[in-house]
Design a protein around this ligand. Structure first.
Ligand SMILES: O=C(O)CCC(=O)C(=O)O
Ligand SMILES: [Fe+2]
Length: 330
């Protein structure tokens, strides 16, 4: 069945007769079809748009220097400290809230002054230069699904996102991590394998590992073969960003060895309209509030995408080869 759409202001809505068909697709297909519709529309409205050969497309990683000035980044980190201090001595301003390694990340509430500062910074983070990088990669507009602010403290044991993984998400998902404190060997960082080597690891059986199967040392996956992993770990100043398709490339965080690391991560998805349109029409609560990060079980044809009812979510076991090998589209 050919999918039908109806115009809805500056957006499109799925024709009600097609709802059942879309609900019967796997979540990856549902998001990919939406992305393809966005690409077709963007190609018509932006006939001059370049075909991308940038690092985000070829390697699955790009770095933007000075998304924020160092001064602005550090002053936002100071607001994080003040907010956590105001919550009391065990809120994580100056140390992990417990010895449990899963507590090493402090998920900072993006409220009050902090929310105002982050909201105000969005146009600088998603500058014209960065928008070009993202639109070229997507071949479409993009939207901010949500944002998270983390403070991470030094701890010897590393779990979760600090072990090699790919995120189970729509294949069009991008994470843009703005470092509010510098990244480096002692101050915390993020490591990557590029698209080719992530696909190679997938062919060797390592891709969307559950938490209990994730490893810290990616060399072991490449043990039996000649190719060796070339781990990429960009050094970033406070205010620099790293952009990567989190479901497509293997990555892991590195905790600082002392002090803390502060990051502000935007979770981006393809869109029919520019990111600003969602904020104009729907506000920013869905970005800074307590949004679900379970982006896969959202309906991209709704704006902003809301979580689907359980019955409409589909099977979350990955059987699709294009997903396993990390392609953006089928
Ligand atoms: O904290 C980090 O450096 C890793 C973050 C991560 O895994 C992600 O953004 O998907
Ligand atoms: Fe991740």
């Amino acid at each position: 069945m050919e999918l039908q759409f109806v115009p809805n202001g500056r957006r499109i809505t799925l024709h009600p007769d097609c709802r059942d068909v879309v609900n019967s697709l796997t979540p990856w297909q549902r998001h990919a079809i939406y992305h393809q519709v966005c690409r077709q529309s963007f190609a018509q409205t932006h006939p001059e748009a370049a075909i991308d050969t940038g690092p985000l497309t070829t390697e699955g990683l790009d770095v933007v220097r000075g998304s924020l000035s160092a001064k602005e980044a550090v002053s936002i980190a100071d607001v994080i400290t003040a907010n956590l201090e105001a919550l009391g001595p065990s809120a994580g301003a100056h140390g992990p809230v417990s010895d449990d390694p899963t507590d090493v990340i402090i998920n900072v509430a993006q409220t009050g002054d902090l929310r105002a500062r982050l909201h105000d910074a969005l146009p600088r983070i998603l500058s014209d230069e960065t928008t070009v990088i993202l639109e070229r990669y997507y071949g479409s507009h993009f939207r901010i699904h949500g944002a998270v602010t983390y403070r991470t403290h030094a701890l010897t044991q590393q779990v979760g996102s600090f072990l090699w993984h790919r995120d189970t998400a729509p294949m069009g998902q991008i994470h843009m991590i703005v470092y509010l404190t510098p990244s480096g060997a002692a101050s915390g960082s993020t490591q990557f394998l590029d698209l080719n080597q992530s696909a190679r690891a997938a062919s060797l059986g390592y891709h969307y590992e559950h938490l209990e199967n994730r490893i810290r040392d990616i060399e072991t996956i490449f043990d039996g073969i000649e190719e060796k992993p070339d781990v990429l770990c960009p050094e970033l100043a406070a205010g620099d960003s790293v952009i990567f398709p989190a479901p497509r490339v293997l990555h892991r965080g590195n905790l600082p060895t002392h002090g803390y690391r502060d990051t502000f991560t935007l979770i981006l998805l393809p869109s029919f309209v520019p990111w600003q349109a969602d904020i104009e029409d729907f506000g920013a609560d869905h970005i800074f509030g307590d949004t679900t990060m379970r982006t896969l079980i959202t309906d991209p044809f709704q704006a902003p995408p809301l979580e689907l009812p359980a019955a409409a979510r589909g099977d979350l076991n990955i059987t699709e080869q294009w997903v396993l090998v990390g392609r953006m589209l089928p």
